[in-house]
Design a protein around this ligand. Structure first.
Ligand SMILES: [Fe+2]
Length: 249
């Protein structure tokens, strides 16, 4: 079942589930309960469905192999424990193999709102429910497969914008309302409040505009993009691939 990984193999680890302390489970529960009101009101239907499908429990840290066992038959994805931040070749290789690189460490109680590097809360609560959605799951795999073949750093940087404004900070329109699906908005009260309170301009998703909008990590977002459906980013990724192959991305 596991794909043969060249670049990512050295980053794979086991999740030592029994080693999590009661206090760490309590921190997870607190993180979930802090996000719960906004998630119920503003997360898109596909995220909420995925949350149930993967069997997340509100009061304890997720067991990654149990999540993978629920995801795999549905979309072929697994939630694979890794030792930390991956270099891009290893990251793309894992996405291409439908293995989502997932950290196992959890932020401490004194940094509930923000961690400079993703932790298991960002990775699992933020990302993994969307991997149960077939179209999103195919989009993400295709993204990895295209990027894994690119050596040009500028092209990768532009494609990184597509990842950023979808997977990390994507919004979607649902029955005339703006909902959220990007992990950075799902897992952060500050980013989510910024969208809800109008601190951020919500533009209709356009591949050209997204590719032309540099990522800023030093401030809260002032412009994000809303899709109409997940088919839109699936198709945008195919258009991006065509441009890559024609050397015009
Ligand atoms: Fe992320």
């Amino acid at each position: 079942m596991a794909a043969t990984l060249t670049h990512a193999a050295t980053y794979l680890i086991e999740q030592e589930y029994a080693a999590y302390t009661p206090d760490q489970h309590a921190v997870w529960a607190e993180l979930v309960s802090r996000r719960r009101p906004q998630i119920e009101a503003y997360a898109c239907r596909e995220y909420l469905d995925g949350y149930k499908i993967i069997g997340l429990e509100d009061d304890r840290l997720p067991n990654l192999s149990a999540i993978s066992a629920r995801l795999r038959p549905r979309t072929g994805w697994s939630t694979t424990p890794v030792s930390g931040f991956l270099p891009s070749d290893a990251f793309f290789e894992m996405l291409d193999a439908r293995m989502f690189p997932t950290t196992t460490w959890l932020r401490s109680r004194d940094s509930l709102e923000y961690t400079p590097e993703p932790d298991i809360f960002h990775d699992v609560f933020g990302h993994v429910p969307m991997h149960a959605h077939k179209v999103f799951a195919d989009f993400l795999q295709h993204y990895g497969s295209v990027c894994a073949k690119i050596a040009n750093a500028e092209v990768l940087e532009r494609l990184g914008r597509l990842f950023w404004y979808t997977v990390e900070f994507g919004l979607i329109r649902e029955n005339g309302r703006t909902k959220i699906y990007g992990s950075g908005v799902i897992s952060s009260h500050g980013e989510c409040s910024n969208v809800i309170n109008g601190g951020c301009e919500v533009r209709d998703f356009s591949l050209d505009e997204v590719l032309a909008t540099p990522v800023r990590v030093d401030r809260i977002h002032t412009r994000l993009f809303a899709i109409e459906s997940f088919d839109q980013i699936y198709e945008a990724m195919h258009e991006a691939e065509k441009r890559v192959l024609a050397n015009r991305l």
